[in-house]
Design a protein around this ligand. Sequence first.
Ligand code: PMP
Length: 300
Amino acid sequence: MSKEQKIWLDGELVNQADAKISVFDHGLLYGDGVFEGIRFYNGRVFKLIEHVERLFNSAKAIMLKMPWTLEEVCDIVCETIRANELRDGYVRLVVTRGAGGLGMNPYLCETPSMFCIAASIQLYPEEYYTKGLEIVTCSTRRPSHATLSPQVKSLNYLNNVMAKIECVKAGVMEGIMLNENGTVAECTGDNLFIIKKGVIATPKISDGALDGITRETIFELCDELGVGIFEETLTRYDVYTADEVFLTGTAAEVIPVVKYDDREIGDGNVGEITKHLINAYTECVNSDVSSTEIYEQDAE
Ligand code: PMP
């Protein structure tokens, strides 16, 4: 029998079966909380501080006062991975407003709850990284900046879930969400990039793209490789007529797109620049010296 997964929950490592949250928790009742998805490779957490900083920014935006410091949260992530004896995998870090009354008033929730899950994952089957994905346009829009900022990684992912339902019904694994102006924001759980005549473009943050940590890594890699990359307002037409398209996300990493709304992207095969970036990203996550060591024996 495989060993039971250990979950970090409010200061303790508990077995998965004992990791329980109150039915009065406002994360459950109102989507009142924030989260992060984090990857670790070869016993090191990739961009841990950036993820935890984004978690603290999301918490600040919803006025959720974190009872842990940034350093403590980083340590909790590493401790959870160690408890599960993993070297490669994915971490889900969730902070909720905590248990309160049935009413909405968040000030009645005494203390936030935090839990951390470390697991092995494979988001997309391996073949999609070589053959590419098909995607569609979802009718569900990305929430506008006039509502809760789309930069807040809150537990309210219902728009994304609605868009994901459209993807599943269309028989594809991802889909583009447009913003309220009808231009491209991003995908349901990934950022989007297009390549035209050797130049890369991705929607602006102000167009509803999440300030993705993988997105940021692509900017850094393009800088190192001398490839031009810009933030631009992109329309569906821009994506239809791109030479190459790819998506990025912590879980997805860099994944090519070869078909969009029934139109082949370029010649319908994975493009050369995308292949190059997939390799560069793999190399980066496995060799990044700024990654956080999880196990002491690795930290010589
Ligand atoms: N957009 C959305 C809506 C997401 O949930 C994610 C995953 N966090 C991304 C983009 C990609 O962001 P990152 O590279 O930071 O994982």
